[in-house]
Design a protein around this ligand. Structure first.
Ligand code: URA
Length: 188
């Protein structure tokens, strides 16, 4: 299956389906073990990610890794990380509907290759696109949903936690629930 993922990645690296291709430095396809059963989906690359071609490698990424570690999860061992859009929206603006729609086939391809048992939406943008358009991240983070036969949840975006550290306890609880569910479902 990793060959299919490698093939998807090599095609994605030359994508020009939306105008973000004109301003990107690197395509940030996503990364993690090809046998990961848990997939985290963020919003889109920031400046550090665009520079390095890797998801969640800046300040937000370091915080995300700490929460994963608290739940016994690791992007190097059992979690695959991707984003809704694979190219950086300039000035860190939210990706537009047009851009997320244009990029969705790559994410769907990643889902097909990995067949994750749990998808964790990181922040509002991916939760609204993948779980429900009226998803309320402040109220519904940490809840679990089944969609098209796949278990899904959402957690607060680490950038939001950096802006408002009072929310960090809530995020930790999300990760404790993710751990428990992952154990129950045999995903770790
Ligand atoms: N924020 C995201 O949503 N994704 C990244 O890869 C980095 C920051």
């Amino acid at each position: 299956m990793s060959n299919a993922l490698d093939d998807l990645k090599s095609r994605c690296l030359s994508c020009n389906a939306c105008k973000l291709c004109a301003t990107r430095t690197n395509v940030v396809f996503g990364e993690g073990p090809a046998d990961a059963k848990i997939m985290f989906v963020g919003e889109g690359p920031g400046a550090d990610e665009d520079e390095q071609g890797r998801p969640f490698v800046g300040k937000s990424g370091r915080l995300l890794e700490q929460y994963m570690a608290a739940a016994g999860l690791s992007r190097y061992e059992n979690v695959y990380i991707a984003n809704m859009v694979k190219c950086r929206p300039p000035e860190n603006r939210d990706p537009s509907e047009e851009e997320t729609d244009a990029c969705l086939p790559w994410l769907r391809g990643q889902f097909r290759c990995l067949r994750p048992g749990l998808i964790v939406c990181v922040g509002r943008i991916s939760a609204q696109k993948l779980i429900s358009p009226d998803f309320r991240i402040t109220k519904q983070h940490g809840e679990f949903f089944e969609k098209n036969g796949t278990l899904m949840t959402a957690t607060l975006h680490p950038a939001a936690l950096l802006r408002d550290p009072r929310k960090k306890g809530e995020a930790l609880l999300d990760f404790m629930k993710i751990r428990k569910m992952a154990e129950e479902k045999g995903l770790v």
